[in-house]
Design a protein around this ligand. Structure first.
Ligand SMILES: [Ca+2]
Ligand SMILES: [Ca+2]
Length: 220
């Protein structure tokens, strides 16, 4: 994992897609803090991650991971990003629970999945899909996250939670018929290994919960 991670960082730096090496001398943004005043605004190669454009059938491509929080079996009922993220498996282009079978009557079936444009949570058992992006670089950045219903035919809505190293940046709920939803932009400071999680919660019921959700991460 660690070797793959640094391999990824080197590969990305090599293609010019990421890297803070062109920041002004003396800028020293600290992970978790805002940008220092002398950090120049980003003008080229600003996109670090894009959940839709980067969507892949393998884990850890461009820093993205696909997993879930199995809340029903979490002993303390609290999501801890370091230990409660469980990998999903890519099955026919969608990320699903590893033992998934396409039979709603089979106990291995789950509504939890991640697609390029969004996904769906499961309420019973509670399996909440998580898009994860792990930063290969340090510096000031900006995360833009969006959330809306794809299926606007009803239901009790869904909740989006965007977290940086477990700290909530955005907590947003949409109604079952809200196909517009919302987009938020939050300035952050990244360290190498900073972890952004975008989790989709079904609320009380998962009926008609298909939801658009995604995020981009840019240098600033
Ligand atoms: Ca826990
Ligand atoms: Ca729901």
């Amino acid at each position: 994992m660690r070797g793959l991670f640094f391999g990824l960082a080197l590969a990305l730096a090599g293609c010019g897609r990421v890297g803070f090496g062109d920041r002004a001398p003396g800028s020293d943004a600290t992970p978790g803090a805002e940008a220092t005043p002398d950090a120049p605004p980003c003008t080229v190669d600003c996109v670090l991650g894009d959940s839709m454009a980067d969507f892949a059938a393998v884990q850890n491509q461009n820093g993205w991971f696909y997993g879930s929080w199995d809340a029903s079996t979490d002993g303390d009922g609290v999501y801890e990003y370091a230990t409660d993220f469980h990998d999903l498996s890519n099955i026919d282009g969608l990320w699903r629970v590893p033992d998934w079978v396409p039979d709603e009557m089979d106990p291995r079936f789950s509504w939890c999945y991640i697609a390029p444009w969004g996904g769906h949570p499961d309420a019973s058992p509670r399996q909440l899909p998580i898009r994860r992006w792990v930063s290969p670089v340090a510096g000031p950045a900006r995360v833009t996250a969006s959330h809306a219903k794809s299926d606007t035919s009803g239901g009790d809505g869904t909740r989006a939670l965007v977290m940086l190293d477990g700290a909530v940046l955005w907590d947003h709920t949409v109604a079952g018929d809200d196909g517009v939803g919302a987009t938020v932009t939050v300035d952050i400071a990244l360290g190498v290994g900073s972890t952004l999680d975008y989790m989709l919660d079904p609320l009380g019921d998962d009926g008609r919960d298909t939801s658009n959700h995604g995020m981009t991460i840019q240098r600033r």
